[in-house]
Design a protein around this ligand. Structure first.
Ligand code: NAD
Ligand code: MG
Length: 339
């Protein structure tokens, strides 16, 4: 399936502005435990074969805690969002995308990939995440694309409407909406979840998605795509994430309902269901310290995913070639999880 496996040398998006041909993302850097691949890639082959088992950090991780919503820049080790590895090949040339939670983690990896595939990208994030967001804005511009920074809180309907308007006005339209922002907070028992916590999770994960989607649809042309971030928790809820897991199940269901409705408009709607990924959400209250130290150990792969390893799924779901794919939920969970 996946784009990002550099189908060709970095093609310059038709209509790309700015640094034509300057698509960054050199070949993947050598990493410790790179799987020992001896394959020497042909000049235009892009990413060389890599053994997924040996890639990236494995647990145990050092104990760490940040206040919500956390910063990728302060994590140890720092997540890999594809900054130095993602190579584009024009798959989203000329697209106009908005990604919520595009400052860090999975949303940031999608933002980098989209920009390098030729899309203009707006990112929504919380004001406290400005340091992460600035890096992403620069990375989008380095890819020769237009970037829009939209700080604000998606628990606020008025902000959701404004964010869509600003993206539409800034880019001259909107073809891809990625509802990826999420709130996850670990509680051992339902008895520990306050009404305020419950409301926080539902407003972020469900209401925000609902408001943004409603505001975006009237602007989206046939061929446009909506991509929502669900989770393995939709199918196999973690014992400590009751409120979060129920929203992720609702997101998968919303995706399937909306996909049916949106066929009448030619808009495709799909979701991604990640397993454990190494992102700020996990180190800012999303997990217990005990779970964090062993994060990803329970997967057959024995490690968490890095955001860079899931970005190609978002690219694929956005690209025009996936025209028959709608109402689906795509997993990426290191060998576990459903669907
Ligand atoms: P992350 O912390 O990098 O991203 C979450 C983002 O949500 C934040 O960067 C923040 O900008 C945004 N956000 C949260 N509350 C917001 C609000 N009220 N208003 C505006 N923005 C808000 O972590 P991530 O893991 O990349 O999370 C992205 C998505 O992936 C989330 O929906 C999460 O539930 C989902 N997910 C993550 C994992 C994982 O293991 N990391 C697994 C399954 C699903
Ligand atoms: Mg963030």
């Amino acid at each position: 399936m996946f784009a990002g496996n550099a189908l060709a040398a970095d093609a310059v998006a038709p209509g790309a502005t700015g640094a034509a041909g300057a698509t960054p993302g050199a070949a993947a850097p050598a990493r410790p435990g790179n799987g020992g691949s001896n394959a020497s890639p042909a000049p235009d082959a892009g990413t060389p074969l890599r053994d997924p088992r040996g890639l990236y950090p494995h647990p145990p991780f050092s104990a760490q805690q940040q206040p919500w919503p956390g910063l990728a820049g302060r994590m140890t080790p720092r997540p890999d969002h594809g900054e130095s590895s993602y190579r584009g090949s024009g798959l989203l040339a000329g697209r106009k995308a908005l990604i919520t939670g595009g400052d860090s983690g999975i949303g940031r990896a999608a933002a980098i990939a989209f920009a390098r595939e030729g899309a203009d990208v707006a990112i929504v994030y919380l004001p406290a995440e400005e340091p992460d967001a600035r890096e992403v804005i620069q990375l989008i511009r380095d890819a020769g694309r237009n970037a829009l920074a939209l700080p604000g809180d998606i628990r606020d309907e008025a902000f959701c409407k404004q964010a869509i308007e600003r993206a539409v006005n800034g880019f001259g339209g909107l073809d891809v909406l990625v509802n990826n922002a999420g709130r996850q907070h670990s509680h051992d028992s339902i008895l520990d979840i306050s009404t305020e916590d419950f409301d926080w999770t539902l407003r972020t994960n469900l209401y925000g998605m609902f408001w943004l989607t409603k505001a975006a649809i009237p602007h989206m042309p046939p061929g446009a795509a909506i991509i929502n971030t669900s989770s393995v928790n939709a199918y196999d809820p973690s014992i400590n994430l009751l409120d979060y897991a129920m929203t992720k199940a609702a997101i998968a269901n919303f995706t399937k309902s909306l996909a049916k409705q949106m066929i009448a408009r030619g808009i495709r709607v799909n979701a991604v269901a990640p397993g454990p990924f190494w992102t700020p959400l996990q180190v800012s209250g999303g997990q217990t310290q005990k779970n964090l130290e062993q994060f990803g150990a329970q997967t057959p792969m024995g490690r968490p995913g890095q955001p860079a390893e899931i970005a190609p799924v978002y690219v694929a779901l956005a690209m025009a070639q996936m025209s028959y794919v709608t109402g689906q939920v795509y997993g990426a969970s290191g060998g576990a999880g459903q669907p």
